[in-house]
Design a protein around this ligand. Structure first.
Ligand code: GLV
Ligand code: MN
Ligand code: MN
Length: 410
């Protein structure tokens, strides 16, 4: 079986040109003209490969290689192609274009799957537009209902429903949920987004569990005013409360007792944002994760208590909006075994590992046995323009993925 790595690298390069940020940065946000143009490019590639295409009401894109027994639950693979602001070109994309290349390699080798093999491009794994990650997979597995999806608004106040309709995705949101036994297994190829594989000089990681993510938006309201005339004892500065909260997120994560706890304040919006005006309103976006769901929840509770204490002391009003608090996921043993057997056949060393980033596999694991295959990325960098994975590692990942899909579909 041969993987055409030149073709794949050319497609990765081409997909990176669909971006709202200057190269090498990639920004590709849900349902923007750029996202839609990238999807059209992908669909043209899928069509060239003679796959059956289907899009659901959210824009999850399915490309199916129909197996000899089409009524059996299919084997799924895939990932996402949306990119957070100023990201790189490999996150998610390697699993979509790499999944396509794995299918093409199997087809070229005249493999005939018993089960259908289906490539999936998930809508909006990244939380950029609607504040919630894994939007497509949350809906596919029923973790979020149509009603929950219907409440989502972007920062301009546009509803998800309106945004998807304008993007050309119609049909009831309740139709997105997949029926039981749709997939027999799911496997996602992805860059590690951390440094361990590179540090240990290993080409592959097989993911046994995905860490539990939680995120919340904290909105603070104080009192604005003139930076020269409002004296210090009279101030109710929303930014200062926000700064204390951000420091508490950091402190609480460090104090959890485990190196696996991480806390980040990645959004800090200041209103009105003028140098000579006291900040009256602030919005914080806080992300807290752990491989242990209960320990993650304890950190979240500590942060929530601190928000109350800090705001009371500073005379600041607050509102907390929970975006998500998801449990961790365990990989399916049979998929892990299929990945291990495929890596061993190719003589490629690997380690088992936990994914600290979340992925659509976190939700696919609720539908069917699921596992992930990681390849190294330079310095563990991700969510930044200089994210990089070598053609050699991508090729090895695709080879193992192709064998794994063949095993699972036999
Ligand atoms: C996914 O992009 C994550 O934030 O883990
Ligand atoms: Mn990402
Ligand atoms: Mn990703």
């Amino acid at each position: 079986m041969t993987v055409n790595i030149q073709r794949l690298m050319g497609e990765l390069e081409r997909l990176a040109t669909f971006s709202d940020a200057p190269a090498p940065a990639v920004t590709r946000v849900l349902y923007t003209p750029t996202d839609l143009a990238a999807r059209a490019y992908l669909k043209s590639l899928f069509a060239e490969t003679d796959l059956e295409l289907r899009e659901d009401a959210l824009g999850n894109l399915f490309a199916r290689w129909v197996g000899a027994e089409p009524d059996l639950p299919a084997v799924g693979t895939g990932s996402h192609t949306d990119a957070i602001p100023h990201a790189g070109r490999y996150d998610g994309v390697v699993g979509v274009l790499g999944g396509l290349e794995a299918i093409r390699a199997l087809q070229a080798a005249c493999f005939r799957p018993r089960r259908s093999i289906e490539l999936l491009m998930f809508t909006s794994e990244e939380p950029t537009r609607f504040g919630i990650g894994c939007l497509g997979s949350r809906a596919l597995c029923g973790a979020w209902t149509a009603e929950m999806l219907g409440r989502l608004r972007d920062s301009e106040g546009k509803s998800l429903d309106q945004a998807r309709t304008e993007a050309g995705f119609s049909g009831g949101l309740e139709t997105v949920r997949l029926p039981e036994n749709y997939y027999s297994a799911f496997v996602e190829l992805h860059i590690e987004q951390g440094p361990l594989l590179e540090q240990e000089n290993l080409p592959l990681g097989i993911v046994t569990a995905i860490a539990a993510p939680a995120s919340l938006i904290v909105r603070l309201s104080g009192q604005g005013g003139h930076a020269g005339t409002v004296l210090m004892p009279d101030r109710r500065d929303a930014l200062l409360a926000g700064a204390e909260i951000a420091l508490e997120v950091d402190r609480a994560a460090r104090a959890s007792g485990a190196p696996d706890t991480v806390g980040t304040t990645g959004i800090f919006k200041v209103h009105p944002g003028a140098i000579n005006s006291i900040p009256s309103r602030v919005e914080l976006g806080i992300d807290i994760r752990d491989i242990d769901g209960a320990r993650r929840d304890a950190v979240v509770s500590r942060v929530v208590a601190a928000v109350g204490e800090i705001c009371e002391r500073r005379g600041i009003g607050y509102e907390i909006e929970w975006m998500n608090a998801d449990p961790p996921a365990q990989s399916g043993e049979e998929v892990v075994r299929a990945l291990e057997a495929s890596a061993q056949e190719l003589g490629l060393p690997y380690r088992k590992m936990v994914s600290r980033a979340y992925h659509d596999s976190l939700f696919m694991a609720r539908l069917c046995p699921t596992a992930m295959l990681f390849i190294p990325c330079k310095n563990g960098w991700s969510h930044r323009p200089d994210e990089y994975a070598s053609p050699e590692h991508i090729e090895q990942g695709v080879r193992v993925l192709a064998r794994t899909l063949a095993r699972l579909a036999e």
